[in-house]
Design a protein around this ligand. Structure first.
Ligand code: FDP
Length: 327
C-alpha cells in the first residue's frame, strides 16, 4: 500500500502484492518459489566456492561452481513446485520436461547466474526468469505471462512484472522480499548508456548511434553484468543498454530466451523499448533454444534512434540475423 507521499505505510511482501494484483494462485506460487530459490542462491554467492567446477557449458565456456549450484537450486525448486510443465536453463542444452500435463501449468526459461564472470571480482550478478503459460517455450517474448529478475548486489532485490507494471522488492533481514517501488517507469530519453561488445567491432550504424549519444553528453555507465545494467535503467528511470551485432558476430552475444525476452518484457512494461536493431525483441520468433540476438534496450526514443542509424547506415537489414548459436 503506497501513501499519497509515495512512502510505504507498512511492508507488503511479494505474495501479498501478487494476490492484491489478482495474479492466479499457480503463478503466484511459481513466482514465490523463484523468490525462495534466490535465497539459497544469494547464500551460495556470499559463502560459496568461487573455484571452477571443472565442467563447461554448450559454448565451451568454463562454468564456475556457482553457476552449477545456482542452476541446481532453481531447477530443484521448479521441479517440485507442481506448477511447471517444461523448463530450460541457460546452462543446459535441452528442454527439461517436468510434467506432461500442461493445464494450469507454466513453462520457464532461466539464466540462473547471469554475469557469472563477475563473481570472482565481487561485482553484481543476477538471476533472470521468463514464464509462459502451458508447455511451449519456443514462443515470441510477447506471449510471456511474467518475467522476473533477482539482482545480487550490495542488496538483494527482485523485480517482476505480470503485465501490470514493473515492481521492485528488497530482501529484508528476515530474508523476505518486501515492496520497495511500484510501477517503475522510464522517461522517453536518457542521459546514460551501457555499451557491451568491443567498440572497434561496431558496425557503421552502431558507431554512428553511439557517437551521437556521446555528442549529446550521455554518460557511460556499464557494469559488465546484464542484470545490474538493466536494473540501473529501470531504477534511474532512464538510459539505454546495447549489446549490438558486431563485425564477425552478427548476432551479438546475449541469448534471446534466457536474457533478452524477459528483460524486454520488463522494459516495455515500464514504458521503454527493446529492439534487435530492426524490430522489437518481443516479436522475434525463436527457432532454437540458445539463439542469440543483438539488443538495444531502454528509453523508447533512444532505441528508436538506434534503429534509425542502423536503417540509414546499414542497408543489409536483417540479412545477417540468421540463427547462429556457436559464435
Ligand atoms: P557473463 O558472460 O559474465 O555471464 O550474457 C552474459 C553476460 O555476462 C552479461 O551479463 C553481460 O552483459 C555480457 O555477458 C558481458 O559480455 P562480455 O563478455 O562481452 O563483456
Amino acid at each position: 500500500m503506497i501513501s499519497k507521499a509515495g512512502k510505504t505505510k507498512f511492508q507488503i511482501d511479494l505474495r501479498r502484492h501478487l494476490r492484491e494484483n489478482y495474479v492466479n494462485e499457480n503463478l503466484t506460487h511459481l513466482i514465490c518459489e523463484i523468490a525462495e530459490a534466490s535465497k539459497y542462491i544469494i547464500h551460495s554467492i556470499s559463502t560459496g566456492d568461487l573455484g571452477v567446477a571443472g565442467t563447461s557449458n554448450l559454448y565451451g565456456e568454463q562454468q564456475l561452481a556457482l553457476d552449477v549450484l545456482a542452476d541446481r537450486i532453481l531447477r530443484k525448486r521448479l521441479e517440485h513446485s507442481r506448477v511447471v510443465a517444461n523448463m530450460m536453463s541457460e546452462e543446459m542444452d535441452e528442454i527439461i520436461p517436468v510434467s506432461p500435463d500442461c493445464d494450469g501449468k507454466y513453462s520457464v526459461a532461466f539464466d540462473p547466474l547471469d554475469g557469472s564472470s563477475l563473481v570472482d571480482v565481487n561485482l553484481a550478478v543476477g538471476t533472470i526468469v521468463s514464464i509462459f503459460e502451458g508447455c511451449d517455450l519456443l514462443q515470441p517474448g510477447r506471449r510471456q505471462v511474467a518475467a522476473v529478475y533477482i539482482l545480487y548486489g550490495p542488496r538483494t532485490t527482485l523485480v517482476y512484472s505480470v503485465g501490470k507494471g514493473v515492481h521492485e522488492f528488497g530482501m529484508n533481514m528476515l530474508r523476505e522480499y518486501t515492496l520497495l517501488k511500484e510501477n517503475l517507469t522510464l522517461q522517453p530519453q536518457g542521459n546514460l548508456y551501457s555499451p557491451g561488445g568491443q567498440r572497434n567491432l561496431y558496425t557503421p550504424g552502431v558507431e554512428g548511434f553511439v557517437s551521437k549519444l556521446e555528442g549529446r553528453g550521455v554518460k557511460l555507465r556499464y557494469s559488465g553484468g546484464f542484470v545490474p545494467d538493466i536494473n540501473q535503467i529501470l531504477l534511474k528511470g532512464q538510459g539505454i543498454f546495447i549489446y549490438p551485432h558486431l563485425q564477425g558476430h552478427p548476432l551479438g552475444k546475449l541469448r534471446l530466451l534466457f536474457e533478452l525476452s524477459p528483460m524486454a518484457f520488463l522494459i516495455e512494461q515500464a514504458g521503454g523499448a527493446a529492439s534487435d536493431g530492426h524490430r522489437p525483441i518481443l516479436d522475434l520468433q525463436p527457432k532454437q533454444i540458445h539463439e542469440r540476438s543483438p539488443v538495444f534496450i531502454g528509453c523508447k526514443d533512444d532505441v528508436a534512434m538506434a534503429e534509425d542509424f542502423i536503417r540509414r547506415l546499414e542497408n543489409d537489414q536483417g540479412s545477417e540475423l540468421e540463427v547462429d548459436v556457436k559464435s
